[in-house]
Design a protein around this ligand. Sequence first.
Ligand code: 13P
Ligand code: SF4
Length: 357
Amino acid sequence: SDPGLVARARAAKEALGDRVFVLGHHYQRDEVIEFADVTGDSFKLAKDAAARPQAEYIVFCGVHFMAESADILTGAAQQVVLPDLAAGCSMADMARLAQVEDAWEALAEAGVADAVVPITYMNSSADIKAFCGRHGGAVCTSSNAEVALEWAYEQLPDVEGGAKVLFLPDQHLGRNTAVLQLGLSLDDCVVWDPRQPNGGLTAEQLRDAKMILWKGHCSVHGRFSAEVVDELRATIPGVQVLVHPECTHEVVTRADLVGSTEFIIKTIEAAPAGSSWAIGTELNLVKRLAAAHPDKRIVFLDKTVCYCSTMNRIDLPHLVWALESLVAGTVVNRIEVDPETERWAKLALQRMLDLPG
Ligand code: 13P
Ligand code: SF4
């Protein structure tokens, strides 16, 4: 990266000292990760955001929903900055509050709303998290989806037929966790398509389902295919396939190991020298792992380049601009959740943070 910008970022961080805390998600570019005080998956970063109450400014190098969660979990005196406001998440955008409210109404009409616990993946807007908080549900991340779902199914012990979960917005994480970790069958799961009347489901299907999956997905992880898994197994002897649970069920069932970005990193760190790995997650992270572990063979689980374009919007020029603005006394790109949304979203996030494990 540009040495002039590197020097400016360093100088601005030094000038701010403990007043600034820079968080970096594992999918961020190397040039940005270099300036992160902590790195992590979305669960770790949610916890870390709250762990530095003395920092006036939290500069969040990640995407919009993560910065919102940081704002919800940090004190009122702390200001959260997202260096580029265009760093959104296409998956989070697939569930809008009005659509979720329509789905809830349809569940009420089918006579099952009282039996449903809404769980939203961290990758959702603050108002969706607030919706879950208001209706007795919680947030989960890819690190704790299994415990969050177990918790959800225990919430309505007396309801006829047992509790159901409405899982937002990633159908793949919901399905993979329900089937592979909780032992539900694929037939227990139905997909609610917000673009179709009544989600494309009958009242009977809603009544019979144990898991109602929102029709959302990650455009990055959705690209990995079962064919490439089979091809790599045929060409790299002994290769182990390690994927993120946002991948399709077909890919996840063919993998050796599945887990969040933090799990993927720990697995590679603990792997013996000489072992071979095909990794299905965002390319910045896979490249960094390959560079950090030259004693292991690490390949990307796709033939094409597969960055998360919105994560990549945070680059060194944006980071320098955000930091230098803070040095000059101007808070740019502040992410601030309104108090009513914050109150309910915080409850849903707190229920997640209180989960065992
Ligand atoms: P984790 O950080 O939970 O592994 O999620 C990956 C992701 O897609 C973040 O946007
Ligand atoms: Fe969203 Fe997927 Fe990018 Fe994560 S990797 S921010 S889920 S689009």
